[in-house]
Design a protein around this ligand. Sequence first.
Ligand code: URA
Length: 256
Amino acid sequence: MDDILKEFNEILGNVKSYINYQKMCGVDVCPRESIVDRSDEPERQIDMGERLTNEIDNIQRETEEIVPPKSAKNSGDISGLMKELESCTRCKLAEQRTKIVFGEGNLDAKLVFVGEAPGGEEDKTGRPFVGRAGKLLTKIINAMGLEREDVYIMNIVKCRPPENRNPQPDEIKTCEPFMLKQLALINPKIICTLGTFSSQTLLRSSVPISKLRGQFHDYHNIKLMPTYHPAYLLRSPTKKRDVWEDMQMIMKEYER
Ligand code: URA
């Protein structure tokens, strides 16, 4: 009986993973299989992925323990750090930025995403990853079975570089201590660096992201998984498969 249950759970897990990968790729609906001839009706679609995922979630929820509400044990320290950054003029990015994009999410997060630098939407709103690339990141997080509120999201550079150019070494150097303090306060189990800049900066490496990704690296006893930046995925959607592989490795570690 145990073996059957185990196999059943494995199959459920695989189906869920497949559906979530499809969702991450933007497949939200699939055509309904025709039982009666509907050829003269306009095409109807149902959200099959969502329905299956909900059903699987329901089964799993029934067997899950009740999780205590998320605490914000570091909120005092984090707000102190935010205060330190307030009206920052430590580097030239201060001249053209609208808002400092500090980072947001669960201060007890087991998983932290570290991006590069805010773009236009982020500069306007003061929130990380809310533009097009951010929406894809949210999809990836959801496909992992998590919400944005479960993780913490931040960048290595807190102000938008003009015209979205790459952050320059002096800007990264000036801002990096704040990112390091944030990481130290949150003390996650896993860090996922998004793209070349954050991966190479944290790992002190010049190895291309294509070679860094796909495996965990040690970052002061924290497991660090570099992966492609969502903005790159928007330009090269075929790389989503690689990112999904990286996310599955993260989820295995996350659930351990
Ligand atoms: N790209 C990033 O690296 N960070 C953001 O916050 C938005 C886009």
